[in-house]
Write a protein that binds this ligand. Sequence first.
Ligand code: BEZ
Ligand code: FE
Length: 306
Amino acid sequence: MSETTNDTTGTVSADQAIREQALTEKVIASFEATPDARLKEIMQTLTKHLHAFLRETRLTEAEWESGITFLTSAGHITDEKRQEFILLSDVLGASMQTITVNNPVAGKATEATVFGPFFVEDAPEIPNGGDLSFGASGQPCWVEGIVTDTYGTPIPGARIEVWEADDEGFYDVQYDDGRTTARAHLFTDEHGAYRFWGLKPTPYPIPHDGPVGTMLAATNRSPVRASHLHFMVTAENQRTLVTHIFVEGDPQIEIGDSVFGVKDSLIKQFEDQPAGSPTPDGRDLGDRPWSRVRFDVVLAPAESGR
Ligand code: BEZ
Ligand code: FE
């Protein structure tokens, strides 16, 4: 019997390859009458790639069953506070790839990265120069910058949402006491500038006590995210920017961010300041060292996204 290689690791007989291909084509054809053209495209392309994966890996029935068990556990651990499927998408780079596809580089516009599960609507407003830590533990960090469009024109009144983990590696929503800390929103001033006190970001693991954590352990991958500070910036006629800044010199950048969120342009220098050194706004931090970072944001025009 003649054998053929089907773009895969193994070889199958020509007859077998024809049978497998015929099944793939039959399933693709089953979506032919889908009224919504986009849904049809998605289902047919999904089928094509899913079947290619099954055929290329020569997936065994036991492996298929493990996959089903894995997805079932992801469903069981998911509730209003825990979304294991988004976590799975994140660690597979699917979230980041979707962001990359949908946020084409627009001139000098600041790059986007993953949203993550810890954003909260209605975080408190702070004035420019205010402190968003609200008592969360960590080293104080002065963050400042200007928001402009791609022509360099400052944007007054841009809304900036900021959120971050404390130095124990937890967001406020991961505590059971209902606290609101290390998050806030503020608006750029009449010059498009903003400034606030936050915390110098530190590395922390994504939730890894569920099936995604088991998969990371089985594949020798770290659940740790590179230290980062989340931003979401919105302004009229501009594309909403969801991004982070990362800490230059953080070893986790080299080791690898567990959700593939790092982009070179988002790595910023956080300048460490010794205790007692004068602060930008004259705040007395006593014997606490602090740091400062500048992050200028360039928003893309609204029509440049999809
Ligand atoms: C985060 O940065 O908050 C995050 C992103 C993806 C998965 C888990 C956490
Ligand atoms: Fe985060």
